[in-house]
Write a protein that binds this ligand. Structure first.
Ligand SMILES: Nc1nc2c(c(=O)[nH]1)N[C@H]1C(S)=C(S)[C@@H](COP(=O)(O)OP(=O)(O)OC[C@H]3O[C@@H](n4cnc5c(=O)[nH]c(N)nc54)[C@H](O)[C@@H]3O)O[C@H]1N2
Ligand SMILES: Nc1nc2c(c(=O)[nH]1)N[C@H]1C(S)=C(S)[C@@H](COP(=O)(O)OP(=O)(O)OC[C@H]3O[C@@H](n4cnc5c(=O)[nH]c(N)nc54)[C@H](O)[C@@H]3O)O[C@H]1N2
Ligand code: SF4
Ligand SMILES: [Mo]
Length: 831
């Protein structure tokens, strides 16, 4: 079925020719199509619908932004145009899916924001970067691919010679999930450039990891097909019918149909909350208190899982009262080790080593003296610690009724298998790692690991192509990593070292990915060269010096990992040749590699690259994958956490004697620490409202922003605000408001929304700056991360809101249907 030039079907449409004939896209494209028939197309032969039946060429490919879908799709092509998109059943058909965004690619593939040619900012040159020319007023001129690649490679070489290779940063965002990123990292390693270290979405996972030994992003949970076996599901800080809905929502509904209880913990009455048996409307940032109250109830009720605690946790381990350390077996036994901890047997009070996965008659509670050392069990410590968090004690602080807290955890502890599915929202509070630690321990109490129907996080790990270290060749000397959150310091102040040039792929840094946009703009301004590869003219592209135009996914061949999703690897077949001069990232990466002296490290074609990478994964066969379009990785376990935990003891840590500390708080046990809730922030009076930017069902981050079909139902950014907060500020429903804090401001339309509790406002993320009347939601967010959690705290933000000044220009939204089908597109990119 495939031939060697990267084209899947011989009769694939020649889109570059089609594009040239039809103009540059958008409304114009469709209009011209109607007018430009050559007399042979079906529409001219017979306008009857029957004439279309069977006329479509159907090509399987993949949709893969950073949602949890990674949906294989079928693209219908007729007369040289993409006409329709449908879900494609993967090898295991129960994972068939796709959402309205993926099904609307016909509008994205022909959108006028698509980049067509390599471009250079007119007033940029390698020696005179003219940084002030970047931004809204920047103008670009077309250059050839060779010129663009020469300019970038030469500048990279001269920076390397003058300042070392780490003065160049290779940044990759979360935009694609194909293999270009693998090649990108390989070139970065060979060149020795600075590479990124993620500080997005890592908070809850890091906390979970301290307890279980796994997790960075959220830990893997049982595959979605197992969720129907759950008897209780606590969806905690996640609106699965808006984001993450791609697979999980239907599985959760299946479980509910089977009799599961659904609890939703969310400050907002979300679509998911509306399906719940019980909704706990927690105040933002107060989740640790709530989870500790749940532990309190489990201890009070005695509903902890004794066998699980003995077999798989350090609950019975002894903690020395003198030092707070766990009692080591080397202290007690001649042949003991420093890694092994000690418990006592119930009744005989004999000290024994706590081997992994053993189920002796260990005492779970009590105080004991071993070799003259006074100790108590870890579980005793935990029980004493949570004694202060009775549901009635936290009810006011958390905003949740005490009896409802008890009911929720009673369901979890007593109804058989179940679990807690948190998402990333909780990690968008500065100290969100503490929640990760707390819920991992709570599920240790209730025994929710390693069984069918257990749930530990929001999404499974999914299938990732194992490329066996290809991204870091043995003879490479990779440069240092810099955390996302440290980029501005590195670019502006040279801390930890000066970054002078950035080559960015698959990221909309300026328009979406990074908080504190004004400081980020300053960071970009301090660069000598900013190279951006994208398929659309995003806000980030508008700040670039050199633009590499990347083709739409339908014009790329790739192997796509299903990170955070289903257990298949998918093949992305080309539906059409790249339009205009757009070229796959691999084209630029290889072109730069050749110019930088690393050409031999990169196969000549993308097809060869894909073959090479697939050959490194034992669970994947290139031919099968390419023919079938998807291959289920058989080595992915359905049920997770069945083996010893990868901790020192092989057990879940119910007490951490080697815990990190921050702001005077040590996390040996989960101890609430907050940053910007009303209770702890010194500027809470000045900025009385918490500001969230929920992930929207109408976009995946900033992708699909351009879909006019979707715009008909979701035309412009809005501020969700409770009517009481609005009225107190003299704000009418539908009026434009100024949202501001000490970093910046934005002007959006206020929307009375009783689903949001008083004190909390929201603008869904993913809008481009061109969509705002003024400003942008990331003008309000900050870039402070905690040392322990190291995650950007997008929701730990406070603002004040007031009616917008009278003179703001809201013209673009005054028309009846400003961005509906057929409307004029605004200028691409933005400030
Ligand atoms: N459609 C769509 N899907 C997506 C994405 C997208 O942009 N669009 N993005 C993808 C990516 S990269 C990610 S990281 C995920 C993000 O997925 P999530 O983290 O699930 O998404 P959010 O919208 O940030 O938050 C989910 C819920 O958390 C609630 N929440 C906010 N603060 C708190 C709090 O303090 N406590 C509690 N208990 N709840 C709180 C919000 O009200 C919201 O209902 O989604 C992925 N899927
Ligand atoms: N205020 C606020 N900001 C947030 C969040 C929030 O909740 N609030 N959420 C954060 C989270 S969780 C995340 S994960 C980040 C996501 O931030 P980003 O990774 O920036 O997300 P996207 O908007 O998907 O941007 C990806 C870009 O890659 C481009 N792209 C797609 N395919 C290709 C390709 O093949 N090659 C190249 N070169 N480009 C391609 C797309 O056109 C798009 O412009 O945003 C973060 N930003
Ligand atoms: S946007 Fe995500 S869920 Fe929707 S079709 Fe694409 S991959 Fe699937
Ligand atoms: Mo994310």
């Amino acid at each position: 079925m495939t031939d060697d030039d990267g084209v899947y079907r011989r009769d694939v449409l020649k889109a570059s020719g089609a594009a040239a004939a039809l103009g540059l896209g958008g409304g114009e494209f469709f209009q011209t199509l109607v007018e430009s028939g050559d007399g042979t197309g079906p529409s001219n032969r017979d306008s009857g619908i029957e004439s279309y039946v069977g006329q479509n060429e159907v090509i399987q490919t993949v949709c893969s932004p950073n949602c949890r879908g990674k949906c294989p799709i079928d693209v219908h092509v007729r007369d040289g145009q993409v006409k329709k998109v449908e879900p494609h059943p993967p090898e295991d058909e129960q994972y068939k899916r796709a959402c309205v965004l993926g099904l609307s690619h016909t509008q994205r593939v022909y959108d006028p924001t698509r980049l067509k040619y390599p471009m250079k900012r007119t007033d940029w040159s390698p020696d005179e970067p003219n940084p002030d020319g970047r931004g809204p007023d920047a103008e670009f001129e077309r250059v050839s691919w060779d010129e663009a690649l020469d300019l970038v490679a030469d500048k990279m070489q001269s920076l390397k010679a003058d300042f070392g290779p780490e003065s160049v940063l290779f940044h990759v965002g979360f935009g694609n999930y194909g293999q270009s990123g693998t090649a990108f990292s390989r070139l970065a390693s060979l060149f020795g450039s600075t590479q990124p270290a993620s500080t997005i979405d890592t908070n809850v996972g890091r906390g979970f990891n301290r307890v279980t030994g796994t997790g960075f992003y959220l830990p893997s949970t049982n595959e979605a097909e197992d969720w129907e076996n759950a008897n209780t599901i606590i969806v905690w800080g996640s609106d699965l019918f808006s984001s993450q809905f791609q697979m999980d929502a239907s599985e959760v509904l299946d479980a509910v149909e089977n009799g599961a209880k659904l609890v939703v913990v969310d400050p907002v009455y979300t679509t998911t909350a509306s399906k719940a048996d019980l909704w706990l409307p927690v105040k933002p940032g107060k989740d640790v208190h709530l989870a500790l109250a749940m532990m309190h109830t489990v201890f009070e009720d005695g509903t902890y899982d004794e066998q699980f605690l003995r077999q798989r946790t350090t609950g019975p381990a002894l903690v020395r009262k003198d030092t707070g350390d766990l009692l080591k077996s080397s202290t007690v036994f001649d042949d003991g080790s420093d890694d092994q901890v000690v418990a006592v047997e119930q009744g005989s009070n004999t000290a024994v080593e706590l081997e992994p996965e053993t189920d002796g008659p260990y005492a779970l509670f009590g105080e004991f003296t071993v070799d003259g050392i006074e100790c108590e069990t870890a579980l005793t410590r935990l029980r004493d610690h949570v004694a202060d968090y009775a549901p009635s004690e936290v009810a006011e602080q958390t905003g949740v009724d005490a009896e409802n807290i008890r009911t929720a955890v009673r369901w979890l502890a007593t109804r058989g298998p179940g679990g807690i599915a948190p998402s990333y929202a909780l990690g968008r509070y500065k100290h969100g790692h503490i929640f990760g630690q707390t819920y991992a321990m709570l599920m240790g109490l209730t025994g929710d690991y390693g069984r069918h129907g257990n749930i530990h996080a929001h999404h499974s790990g999914g299938a990732t192509l194992s490329t066996g270290g290809w991204s870091t060749p043995e003879d490479a000397d990779p440069g240092p990593s810099v955390r996302f959150s440290d980029y501005p310091d590195a670019m502006i102040d040279g801390d930890p070292h000066k970054v002078r040039a950035v080559y960015s792929i698959e990221s909309n840094m300026m328009g979406n990915q990074f908080p504190d946009r004004q400081r980020f703009r300053e960071a970009i301004k301090s660069l000598e060269m900013f190279v951006v590869a994208d398929m659309h003219h995003t806000d980030t592209v508008q700040h670039a010096d050199i633009i590499f135009p990347v083709p739409h996914w339908f014009e790329q061949e790739d192997i796509v990992s299903s990170w955070g999703s289903h257990p298949h690897i998918s093949y992305r077949h080309k539906v059409q040749e790249p339009m205009w001069e757009a070229r796959d990232d691999y084209y630029a990466i290889r072109g730069l590699a050749e110019r930088l002296g690393f050409g031999d490290y990169f196969p000549e074609t993308k097809r060869e690259l894909l073959r090479e990478l697939a050959s490194r994964d034992d669970a994947i066969d290139f031919e099968t994958l390419s023919e079938q379009g998807t291959q289920k990785k058989q080595n992915i376990p359905i049920v997770k956490f069945t083996d010893a935990f990868p901790t020192d003891t092989g057990r879940i840590k119910m007490y951490d004697d080697d815990a990190p500390s921050e702001e005077g708080v040590t996390f040996d046990l989960p101890r609430p620490l907050e940053d910007r809730t009303a209770d702890d922030y010194e500027k809470a009076d000045e900025y009385p409202l918490m500001f969230m930017q929920k992930h929207s069902r109408f976009r995946i981050h900033s992708q699909y922003e351009m879909l006019n079909w979707v715009r008909e139902v979701n035309p412009e950014p809005q501020l969700d605000i409770h009517p009481s907060d609005a009225k107190a500020r003299g704000i009418e429903d539908g009026e434009y408001v100024r949202v501001h804090n000490d970093r910046g401001e934005m002007i959006v339309k206020a929307k009375y929304n009783e689903a949001f509790q008083p004190g909390l406002v929201n603008t869904d993320q993913g809008w481009w700056s061109r969509d705002y009347v003024a400003g942008h939601h990331n003008d309000l967010t900050h870039n402070e991360v905690s040392e322990v959690g190291q995650t950007m705290a997008f929701y730990d933000v406070r603002v004040e809101v007031e009616p917008a000044p009278d003179d703001v220009d809201t013209d673009k939204y005054e028309a009846d249907n400003p961005r509906g089908a057929g409307a004029d597109a605004p200028r691409a990119g933005g400030d």
